[in-house]
Write a protein that binds this ligand. Structure first.
Ligand code: ADP
Length: 486
């Protein structure tokens, strides 16, 4: 028992009330008496009693009903009911109402004090347990909150200081966070961007193309070019329940290395071409110098085949060099359907030989291009040539040309072996040949590099969508000529 424990008595004036008051004082409790319902509520609220003793009838009201209401507000307050007499239903009602105990006459001082102390002891145990539980739960919650708060700070610091650019967007492509690197890359300082749509804040065509391509899923390779020569590789990663993140790495130095390598290859190929031409010339002359036996003829034929092969390779390399150096400035009106027709004429024999089905679909509203017709033909030949080359006999090749806004979409699809996802980003590199390639299929790994250079030099985009075992689709997006010239 604690000295300060206050017992609130809510009993109608009677000798029992006096007895209780005296008994409790004597036992060392504080006592407060409520004279009416209002007084009871006020004392319960303000003086925080340790226990309430209430009459079965109090201030013309039912003690049980009042107890229920009090417990509703103070569920841990122990309540003892005083009844004028013990009836059969009394204990039942006490239990049902959730009271701690009950008293009825005849009463001695000890009866009162014993019952009060018993109820208080029980309430105290309950209170201790409750406090312990609350403490335990709140401390573990606090720990968790502290942990996640410090984790959040760490994460923010990591993202802020990371060298790569990071943009986090919500599901509607509104900016949630950009780090310092992105602010520097796009000169965003001083601009308000949080909560605004990414394509409003950063008007960069390559970034917008990334968002467009990203609708189809995560992206590993996408270049973002700047006029000052900087180049970034961007990845788009959807984040469940949040939206998506774009990360960007500066690959300008890799591009510069690539340029140096290209320059070197260009010079070497150029220097190789003249001796090759003279070797070819002499192999043709040998035949005229006198009769050759069949072995000599066969060896010469193989020699010429190999020289032809190297010459094609060198021509491809020189082409690439020219394209990459930006020498390709010739621009004319190009009707893509005509280019397609000539290209398909050329492949007719190969299609027949492999018995490959061909489906062509050209939209009626297809616009014209301002382009170099020779390069566009080269691009078309490479894509259709690959589709036929990599597709097994009896397969299918589909060529589709349509408009999307002011962009022409060329899609070359096949039912070939498909390209493993991890290699799809590399097949446009020079000399890269994917592991799916059937060994017997001839190639130098330059075709798609040429395609990409041509598409780039016409301000277009090219990418592949492919599933191993099902086939590949190469998609080229080229800006149509603005106003058709009549
Ligand atoms: P290659 O001379 O080897 O055909 P490309 O640059 O044209 O060189 O293509 C690079 C690689 O991409 C090929 O070696 C091949 O692995 C893969 N590839 C290109 N087109 C297709 C296709 N239609 N189906 C499957 N794989 C393809």
């Amino acid at each position: 028992m604690t000295k300060q424990d206050l017992i609130l008595l809510a009993l109608n004036p009677s000798p029992i009330l006096d007895l209780m008051e005296r008994a409790l004082y004597a036992a060392g409790f504080g006592v407060a008496i409520a004279h009416d319902r209002l007084g009871l509520d006020k004392s319960a609220q303000e003086s925080i009693p340790a226990l309430l003793i209430i009459g079965e009838k109090f201030a013309d009201q039912d003690g049980f009903a009042i107890s229920l209401e009090v417990l509703e507000r103070f569920p841990t307050l122990p309540i003892i009911l005083y009844a004028d007499k013990d009836t059969t239903g009394l204990s039942k009602s006490v239990i049902k109402t959730g009271l701690s105990g009950y008293l009825y006459p005849p009463l001695t001082i000890n009866d009162i004090v014993d019952e009060v102390q018993r109820s208080l002891a029980r309430a105290r145990k309950l209170g201790d347990w409750l406090r312990r539980e609350v403490k335990r739960t709140t401390s573990s919650l606090a720990e968790k909150a502290e942990f996640s708060e410090s984790e959040r700070h760490k994460l923010e610091a990591v993202i802020a200081n990371i060298q790569d650019g990071v943009i986090v967007m919500d599901k509607n492509k509104n900016i949630m966070l950009v780090n310092r690197a992105v602010r520097d890359i796009f000169n965003l300082d001083g601009k308000a961007f949080v909560g605004r749509p990414l394509d409003d804040v950063i008007a960069n065509a390559d970034l917008q193309a990334l968002l467009f391509r990203a609708n189809e899923g995560p992206l590993k390779y996408h270049e973002i070019n700047f006029d000052d020569g900087r180049v970034f590789n961007a990845q788009y990663t959807p984040i469940p329940q949040i939206g998506a993140a774009i990360t960007m790495q500066d690959i300008s130095y890799l591009k510069e290395l690539d340029r140096l390598k290209s320059d070197f290859i260009h010079t070497v190929s150029h220097d190789l071409r003249s001796p090759l031409t003279s070797i070819m010339g002499y192999t043709e002359l040998v035949e005229r110098t006198g009769p050759l036996n069949s072995n000599q003829q066969e060896f010469l034929r193989r020699l010429q085949g190999s020289i032809q092969h190297i010459t094609t390779l060198i021509n491809d390399l020189l082409d690439l060099g020219r394209l990459e150096a930006g020498f390709d400035t010739r621009r004319e009106i190009v009707h893509l359907e005509n280019v397609l027709k000539y290209s398909l004429d050329m492949f007719e024999g190969q299609l027949k030989k492999k018995n490959i089905k061909l489906a062509v679909d050209v939209a009626e509203d297809l616009k014209t291009l301002r382009a170099n017709p020779i390069r566009i033909r080269q691009m078309m030949d490479n894509l259709i040539g690959n589709a036929i080359k990599y597709t097994q006999p009896e397969g299918m090749v589909r060529v589709n040309m349509s408009m999307m806004g002011n962009q022409i979409i060329l899609k070359v699809e096949d039912t070939g072996p498909g390209i493993p996802p991890e290699e799809q980003g590399r097949i446009f590199e020079k000399f890269y040949r994917a592991t799916n390639t059937i060994e017997s299929v001839d190639g130098s790994g330059l075709g798609l590099a040429i395609v990409k250079s041509i598409v780039d030099s016409h301000q277009g985009r090219v990418w592949v969508e492919s599933t191993v075992g099902k086939g590949s689709a190469f998609i080229v997006l080229l800006p149509a000529q603005d106003e058709p010239i009549k």
